[in-house]
Design a protein around this ligand. Structure first.
Ligand code: PHE
Length: 347
């Protein structure tokens, strides 16, 4: 390059090239590449123009430099403006594409939770653990001795008819009551004893309120001077915690071979407060469990001196408590695993 005219031609053609070229550029990335062909310090066309300075006569150098710098500034501003507007448009587009519609109904996420029978069982364990009870879990298959004979219910005892038993063999059976756990514990521990024994029990019984398999929770206390007052006191604590502070208990005479005296325990109706309603069949009371003072013969069967020690025992049906607590009238609803039912039986 020799003179300023030639320079002006180059400047004009570069300007034209830029003005036309940017029309084809679609995004900021392409713009960046396009810009480099003019303004890159090594390969840029404008920078190449500056290198021509050495061929220009001295008296023209100042004017030459000024013109190239003007071009450089003009191009810089043009590219910057374009870059800014493209980036703004691109950001807008991105926000649009990634927009989240917060008015969309959320995908329902269902969460597993404990079965109502497990909840009531755990609640019972908590209540009695707070009174110092240990948990003993027996076995579901028992022999006749632990389920009946040791519990003062020998062969041919009429009380065996109270429970229709599933026999596995003449000797083995599916336990009909968690009371069998009483014997195992008394055989293996010395008083004072305070245990709770939850578990499945089995009886050939099937209607709206009975199921061939259900859950019982046995309680057993053996110590010096245990009386019915201790039993009533503990059960009062239990029903108040489960059914509310206003509930109370009443003991009615009953019969079990392994307790003497035996009682049936009622709770005051938590639905009507005792005035009488459908739940309590107009009586104001609801039967919840069987209990009593451990029969001396049972203590003796386990080599516990019945003159020194006495005991109390109770056996509560966990499903029965759950049905009362959640207002269910058919025990099958607890076993069918129908989520529409179970989801309503929450704490
Ligand atoms: N085992 C008795 C039943 O299943 C309940 C019970 C337990 C009664 C302990 C008294 C003492 O019916």
């Amino acid at each position: 390059m020799q003179d300023l005219n030639e320079l002006r031609d180059s400047i004009n053609s570069i300007k034209e090239e830029i003005v036309n070229g940017v029309k084809e550029v679609r995004n900021s990335k392409a713009l960046y590449e396009f810009k480099k062909t003019f303004l890159d310090s090594k390969a840029g066309k404008i920078n190449a123009l500056m290198k021509e300075m050495k061929n220009i006569p001295n008296e023209l150098k100042a004017e030459f430099g000024k013109n190239v710098n003007e071009l450089k500034n003009w191009a810089g501003v043009k590219f910057d403006e374009l870059d800014a507007s493209m980036k703004e448009a691109e950001a807008k587009q991105r926000y649009e594409d990634e927009k989240i519609d917060i008015t969309m109904p959320a995908v329902k996420c269902s969460c597993g939770k404990l079965h109502p029978v497990t909840l009531v069982k755990n609640q019972l364990i908590d209540i009695f653990a707070s009174m110092g009870f240990d948990v003993y879990e027996g076995t579901e298959i028992e022999n006749d001795y632990y389920n009946f004979t040791a519990l003062n219910t020998p062969q041919d005892h009429p009380a065996r008819d109270m429970q229709d038993t599933f026999y596995l063999s003449p000797q083995f059976l599916l336990r009909t009551q968690t009371s069998s756990g009483q014997i195992h514990v008394m055989e293996n521990r010395k008083p004072p004893i305070k245990i709770l024994s939850p578990g499945k029990v089995f009886r050939s019984d099937d209607d709206a309120t009975h199921s061939p398999m259900f859950t019982q929770m046995e309680g057993l206390v053996v110590d010096k001077g245990i009386t019915l007052r201790d039993l009533k006191g503990m059960l009062e604590v239990m029903v108040k915690r489960i059914f509310g502070e206003g509930t109370t208990t009443r003991l009615r005479p009953s019969y079990f071979p392994f307790t003497e005296p035996s009682v049936e325990v009622d709770v005051s109706c938590f639905e009507c407060g005792g005035t009488g309603c459908r739940l309590c069949k107009g009586t104001g009371w609801i039967e919840v469990l069987g209990a009593g003072i451990v029969n001396k013969k049972v203590l003796e069967n386990c080599n516990i001196d019945s003159n020194e020690y006495s005991g109390l025992a109770f056996g509560v049906g966990v499903e029965r408590l759950a049905m009362l607590k959640y207002g269910i009238n058919n025990i099958k609803l607890l076993y069918e695993s129908d989520l529409r039912v179970l989801e309503q039986l929450d704490e």
